[in-house]
Write a protein that binds this ligand. Structure first.
Ligand code: LLP
Length: 433
């Protein structure tokens, strides 16, 4: 077995039987379970979660990470990540319920995101979640109203922790569609507005201003942007302390990028570098650092296996038409995202040819890779789309009445099915004539 040198750290190897993940043959898995098929290396997820927790312990014993559930939402992944001591960062009532269903304790859940509804806020209060990251004045009103009505039913005797999400007007230098820290985005509060809200929270006997939060975007490789935001957060947090706010943590969000191209590997900061940049937000040593990583925990654990249905030579290009597309992996269609693609088949020689790897959905944007160098491929061959553990399956859809694929987790070199392929008739189960 030779480790393939594309993504060191992740557990891909290649031998005369083709590509393997964590010692498990991907060809065998595709034969047994069919394609498209998501496969995750759970040992890698555990390793990443543990590495980040250790890096955070260099700040203080109680500094911790809250995994962004939206990146890979499977219950088994949440259970694994929570067993490494991470809490959960959720952005919907659904993600609260999902985390609870995975066995996560309510107090380990932090609720981020814009446009939280009254029902979602009530759910968070009655479940007893750890903190609400506030993004608008309306959320404070909803919280106070919900507390009042629930207080009558004597549900939430305890006080509610809130953090104010600051929009620092900092460019995360990432794709425009996942850049969230600029003043013209819908996210967070201007420091001026946040200060008004802080006074309101301080005046409320039911709310505790426990933190400040900030998230400037995703797939960030340049830590200078995190440092810039962190300094602003520290300034704001210091002002809150002067106001007498009982701050306990600063939450610098998620956003650490991963290498999608082998050439990006040297550009990816380590967890320790990220923590050291984010901790510049702390106004004093008594305050914990929180982070909300998604991608950096799960992205490189995942691979999407797809079968070549047809190879077609167009006038200008050769197309590998495969059985996965934008329904299984939306990122290329939505963000022009690059995902490295390898043949899973045994390699007989080193000659390659350029193919556009495209899916079956009736959209020109249904593509997975452009000008991909692959060995000469024929229909029936299996390809591996790499680095799809984050925002892969969690963004899959049923467009074109396609079922979402099965998922396999490999742990201690043993593969197990953690989700069956969707049943076609379930797609119209709740429809009526
Ligand atoms: N915290 C908040 C408030 C967030 O909005 C997000 C991601 C995270 C944490 C986690 O960020 P991460 O560590 O994963 O970068 N679908 C896009 C990514 C959208 C990210 C949305 N928010 C993609 O496929 O690239």
């Amino acid at each position: 077995m030779v480790p393939i040198n594309t993504f060191p750290g992740s557990h891909f190897t290649r031998d005369q039987h083709g590509l393997s993940l964590s010692g498990v043959s991907l060809l065998q898995l595709s034969k047994k379970h069919g394609t498209p098929l998501y496969v995750y290396d759970f040992d890698r997820i555990r390793q990443r979660a543990s590495e980040l927790s250790q890096a955070l312990k260099t700040v203080s014993p109680t500094s911790r990470a809250f995994y962004a559930v939206k990146a890979l939402s499977h219950l088994a992944a949440l259970k694994l990540i929570s067993s490494e001591g991470l809490g959960m960062d959720v952005v919907s009532g659904g993600e609260i319920e999902r985390s609870l269903a995975a066995g996560v304790k309510a107090k380990d859940i932090v609720f981020s995101g814009v446009a939280k509804s009254r029902a979602e806020i009530e759910l968070g209060i009655s479940a007893g979640i750890g903190c609400f990251n506030i993004e608008s004045p309306h959320e404070i009103e909803l919280l106070l109203e919900s507390l009042q009505s629930q207080g009558n039913k004597n549900i939430g005797a305890e006080k509610i922790n809130v953090a104010l999400r600051i929009n620092p007007d900092v460019d995360g230098h990432t794709h425009a569609k996942i850049n969230t820290g600029l003043a013209d985005t819908k996210f967070g509060l201007s420091p001026v507005l946040a200060m008004t809200l802080a006074k309101k929270i301080q005046a409320s006997p039911q709310l505790v201003l426990a933190g400040v939060s900030c998230h400037i975007g995703s797939q960030i490789l340049d830590l200078a942007t995190i440092k810039q935001a962190a300094k602003q957060v520290r300034q704001f947090a210091s002002a809150l302390l002067q106001l007498g706010a009982p701050l306990r943590h600063i939450d610098m969000g998620g956003g650490l990028g991963v290498a999608y191209r082998p050439s990006e590997l040297p550009l990816v900061p380590s967890f320790l570098d990220w923590v050291n940049a984010a901790k510049l937000s702390l106004p004093n040593a008594d305050i914990d650092l929180h982070l909300e990583p998604g991608r950096s925990i799960v992205a490189d654990s995942g691979v999407l296996l797809t079968r070549v249905i047809d190879v077609k030579s167009g006038e200008k290009k050769a197309f590998a038409l495969v059985d996965a597309g934008m329904t299984e992996l939306l990122r290329p269609a939505l963000y022009d995202a690059y995902h490295h693609i390898e043949s899973v088949e045994p390699l007989t020689n080193s000659q390659t040819k350029a193919y556009d790897v495209v899916g079956p959905v009736c959209e020109t944007s249904c593509w997975l890779g452009e000008n991909v160098a692959l060995p000469n491929i024929i229909s029936g061959n299996i390809l591996a789309i790499m680095t799809v553990g984050a925002y892969g399956m969690s963004m899959a859809s049923n467009y074109n009445t396609r079922v979402r694929p099965a998922e396999i987790a490999i742990e201690n070199k043993i593969p197990r099915m953690i989700r069956k392929q969707e049943v076609l008739s379930s797609l119209w189960e709740s429809e009526h004539f």
